[in-house]
Design a protein around this ligand. Sequence first.
Ligand code: ACM
Length: 701
Amino acid sequence: MMLSSCCDMKIQLYYLLMNRMLFAALVCWGALTSAFSMSRTEGYTPPAEVVVPNMKDLRPEDKPYLKSITLTGHLTTTGNSDFRQLRDLSFQVERVDLRRAVCSAIPDNAFHSRPYLRSVILPQGVTKIGSQAFFGCRRLERIVIPTSVEEIGEGAFNGCTLLREVVFEGAPPRKIGKFAFNGVPVSSLESLSDNGLLADEAAIIPIPAVVEHGKGSPLLTTAIGRIVAAPALHNEAAHARRILKERAGLELLKGRAEIRLELDTTLRGDEAYTLNVDRRGVCIKGRTAAGVFYGLMTFEQLLVSHPRRLQPIYVADAPRTKIREFMVDPCRTFIPFEELKRFVVEMARYKMNALHLHLVDDQAWRIEIKKYPRLLALSSTRPSMDDMLYSSPGFYTQDEMKELVAFAAKYHVMVIPEIEMPGHEVAAIHAYPQLTPGAKRVPVRTTCGVSNELLNPASEFTYEFLFNVFDELAEVFPAPYVHLGGDEAGIPPLDCWTNDSSCVALKKRLGIKTEDGSENWRLQKYMFDRVIAHLRDKLGKTPMFWYETDFKEIQPGCVVFAWRHGLTNAAIDAAIRNKAKIMLCPGEHCYLDYPMQRGDMPEVNWGMPVTTLKASYDLEPSWGRDADFEQNNLYGVAGTLWSECINTPERIYYQAYPRGLALAEAGWSLRTRRNYDDFLRRLKIIQNDMMRRGISVSLQY
Ligand code: ACM
């Protein structure tokens, strides 16, 4: 026994080493090839500096290399303007000289979150610097504000943490927007900003089910002397300490009032809580630790407006839906690991409880699968994206994902992985061509849109691959759900299976005889059935997927996402008919990668419609159906953040908020408690708090 296990261990170690070496070799090769793929023209060295009238005068392939750009023409400010091109196409630019250019206003978001920008010389005669124009330009070191500037917009230089020199040629303008200089290391500047004086009213988002304002003496937060919590609530007790420190400035607790955190099994619903504040302290009860955590999130929002004195208040609350999620897309633009954590912290404040990671797509494969090292070695760099010709490399190790899962659990956020099938798999096919019919060799995709290369449902290698991937991920992600994609598998859908000999043979073997276009969908059902059986029977997971109308039979108990514009009724009917659950993320309300207004970011995109804040708020989860639907089929609400056009983490926040707050309220709050005007009132207070903390929030509503 001993000998054989020792021998096994050696063999495993050997394989591990071989795997590592193979992986290292492949990574080097992948890095080299992707670096070479950046130099598009053989023997051509792009210039580092240019002087041109406008961005359109530059060669597209030069834009992602230039370090220094001088523009001298009349600058355009809307659509695919000079500013949009400077920001999105010359991502790496360090110096921008506009002194000879003509332009009356630097537009809103002009240089939003440009990570390499060190210096900008503004045009003479410019009168306005737009809101968030230089938000989060973390390397910006110096700026001279010409005398002509009359207005600096909200958050204009927020988060420019190296901006040590701001020179006003004349007196500072009278109009300086909220939080314009928050986070800038010149302390005198912050006092120039309108500090967005906190309103006197409380603002809770999402609005709780019951709020009763009491009479009597307030609780002075300085009077809080201890936190009393059962050992099972030690994580929540730590949050309580953090909140008192961050919101009320309390390092040491030394008064007689207390914060009590308790479990109460009489409450209905796992996430239900009550919160009571009076002169003697704060008592939060939850049916589970999650409920107590949500009570604390409400308590924290009360402190935003009243960090020193809280009037007596009683809140009783529970969510309307089970899952309130954001989906993020690190494929099209990689999201650094630490940024995922930061995103979790913010979403948890609004009682969102799931982070859905879209880990795989045509443009990149982002998750380590130990059995298939070529995935990361060959396919974890998105070479370019539409007109943005720079690459986006990066991937998550399984250890990182385990760390994220543990971190998110402290915020009661579960992490749901998504592995697409049968479409949106070009990156995997690039690494393992035998995954697609005819083992076609395809490059990683560099444009948005839909690819015709699909996984081969007739090849056993496909199932072996998927099962191995899901088996490894089951060790990493303990969430009871796995998302299988299932959307947009080619144009026309699934056509890559129509004439392929292996697919034709499989259809014959399965007795699929139709020739009306439904035959490929039946093949998809065969494929999904096999994968779902593996997920359910072997791994104990509930499958999720994007709803497509032609995919008629949804396996009972699965969760489908209603995402397509105008097809929510069809998705709901199918879910009811098939005894499936439904997540609502219809494009009209929930696609947060769309601009919030015309002209808002992303100004240039693949033809996205607008999703206004009001449209997001108007999402009604019952979708006009009866209580039966709400009880038996409705699962929750999702905001999607596809990142074809989102090229920095700060811009994910910009797209996510404030619409994500509207969706958080749609998913959590009772219909009878919701009111858009009241939401807007509360939003102003929460939004100010977010901006003050350096979170980018779109103000274009
Ligand atoms: C999707 O937007 N393709 C689900």
